[in-house]
Design a binder for this molecule. Structure first.
Ligand code: HEM
Length: 516
């Protein structure tokens, strides 16, 4: 028995070394030395680096190529290093790379299976076409009043604390802000988790967004291997969470249908999408084309809840991370903060009646937001799965055609591209000037992709930008953000983590401005 096991082990190692881990080499793609079963994840698994740093180290190791081959443990992955190739995969040949990898999670819960992020191929195209019009600039403009009120809550919350200086852990504060915004805009309910730490909606939502301990291990196992996925029986939306959100949505839709309520929020738009879809009156398709099969699509209560939950999952951590890093950079760069304060106060905007257009015109606010998302992209990596055979044609002398097969995984390393010295001068510096009107023109296309790329990019990018800008508009006109003894400067990342998270939390002081 023991001999058989040893033989099996030796055969596995030999197979790994001579066959499995030659996957990219055989396709003419550069790859490094690979440890069987660990693949290229050594720096995370053994040294404890966060995932985005491990990817960046691999990205920097092959500095002279447009792409390189990696192994996430046993899984072959093609890492794209070239902005033009990002354009090809994300846009030009996007039909060959329709899906993302998240889809491999074996979760039978329909709320999980039906959401936009997880849908594949034609089903994804159809749903995306229905949902895209709900996120256009004109729709965000309509719900601006709600966003403005939500952002003002941050100021009310901070002002409730006595004294001239309030010390706050901003990641928690912004997570609550983002959660209250989603509750209001996507679930039509008033949630005030900033004032009530135990707010029910927030506590239920936390169950979805927290990926720590056993839950994270199960998630990783499910992602890596279909067999493991079955064994660990992992579910992102468990029974309790699913029924809670389904009930909220059902009650809300019934109430609104019955009382003809037309609040300017996403629920109204999603309900209109449902009706429009039934009557085939679609006019605003731009980013994705309508398809014939669309007229048969059912956009049920389950669908609406599923999308709203996905917006919760996709929108909380990303937005609160961006907000936290923006607070960090403004605290450590007082000159930038001063200039931002000047812009926000010199424009004569009336806080209470501020409009979407007024906020959109604040150019320095836009520059600071863009630079935050460049230096600290909350979604540090995205991917595509090859859905139609595709050949990357050679461009440089050492390249051969690379034939990608159905199922091959391609990584678009947002963090590494944003910190590549070839594209950005002193990429570690926080410099909003990179995004001035003049300098913006010099940015290499597709070297700045915080919201991903092409038809499968972040559907809610306008909404996210507005959420960030309006929050900082109110914060900076009322407070100066300053470092305190508890602030962790420079930023230190948590070890072995997938997301961009601080080791020591984000503590900062908010000093009341005089006369406000
Ligand atoms: C600063 C905030 C945010 C960042 C940086 C961000 C970034 C991203 C990125 C990089 C992707 C993948 C795009 C690709 O693969 O090309 C994505 C997808 C997505 N995001 Fe966001 N996101 C943010 C906020 C939000 C918010 C607020 C929502 C919802 C309200 C949201 C909903 C989604 C959804 C549903 C997808 C999947 C789209 C699809 O597969 O069609 N995101 N996001």
């Amino acid at each position: 028995m023991l001999e058989t096991l040893i033989l099996l082990f030796v055969l596995t190692i030999l197979y790994s070394i001579f066959i499995h881990y030659k996957y990219w080499e055989k396709k003419g793609v550069r790859q490094g030395f690979v440890i069987p079963l660990i693949g290229d994840t050594f720096n995370t698994l053994i040294r404890g680096h966060p995932v985005y740093i491990t990817i960046q180290m691999l990205y920097n190791k092959f500095s002279d190529v447009r792409y390189c081959g990696l192994y996430e443990n046993t899984l072959p992955v093609l890492l794209i290093r070239d902005p033009e190739l990002i354009h090809q995969i994300g846009i030009k040949y996007s039909d060959h790379f329709v899906n993302r990898r998240m889809l491999q999670i074996r979760d039978e819960n329909p709320l999980w299976k039906k959401n936009l992020n997880n849908l594949k191929g034609q089903e994804w195209k159809d749903k995306r076409a229905i949902l895209t019009p709900t996120f256009t600039g004109s729709k965000i403009r309509k719900m601006f009043v709600i966003l403005n009120l939500g952002a003002k809550n941050i100021v009310d919350y901070l002002k409730k604390n006595p004294g001239e200086l309030v010390e706050v852990e901003v990641k928690d504060m912004f997570t609550r802000y983002a959660s209250d915004m989603i509750a209001s805009v996507f679930f039509g309910i008033q949630s005030d988790s900033l004032t009530d730490p135990e707010d029910e909606f927030f506590m239920k939502g936390r169950k979805i967004t927290q990926f720590s301990g056993m839950k994270y291990l199960k998630y990783k196992a499910s992602l890596t291997n279909a067999l493991l996925a079955k064994m660990v029986n992992y579910s992102i939306f468990d029974e309790e969470v699913s029924s809670y959100f389904m009930k909220i949505m059902k009650d809300l839709i019934e109430y609104r249908d019955k009382n003809n309520i037309d609040r300017p929020d996403m629920i109204t738009l999603l309900m209109q999408s449902r009706k429009r879809n039934k009557t085939k009156e679609f006019t605003e398709m731009k980013e994705t084309q309508l398809t014939e099969s669309q007229e048969k699509i059912d956009f049920s209560l389950e669908d609406i809840t599923s999308q709203a939950l996905m917006f919760y999952l996709g929108g909380i951590d990303t937005t609160s991370t961006a907000l936290s890093f923006m607070a960090y950079e403004l605290a450590v760069n007082p000159d930038i903060q001063r200039r931002l304060f000047e812009e926000l106060t010199e424009n004569g905007i009336q806080n209470d009646n501020m409009t979407y257009d007024e906020l959109s015109k604040l150019s320095y606010l836009d520059m600071v937001t863009s630079e935050t998302l460049r230096k600290w992209p909350p979604a540090h990596n995205t991917d595509r799965i090859c859905t139609k055979p595709h050949t990357i044609e050679p461009k440089n002398p050492n390249e051969k055609p690379v034939n990608l097969e159905i199922g091959d995984i391609v990584w678009l390393p947002i963090w590494s591209i944003h910190r590549d010295h070839k594209h950005w001068e002193n990429p570690e510096n926080f410099d909003p000037e990179r995004f001035s009107l003049e300098n913006k023109k010099k940015i290499i296309p597709y070297s700045y992709i915080p919201f991903g790329v092409g038809p499968r990019n972040c559907i809610a990018f306008r909404f996210a930008l507005m959420e960030i800008k309006i929050a900082f508009y109110h914060i900076i006109t009322n407070f100066e953000i300053v470092p305190t003894n508890r602030s962790s400067i420079p930023f230190k990342s948590k070890k072995r983590i997938v997301s961009l998270t601080s080791h020591d939390e984000f503590w900062f002081g908010f000093k009341k401005r005089s006369g406000v």
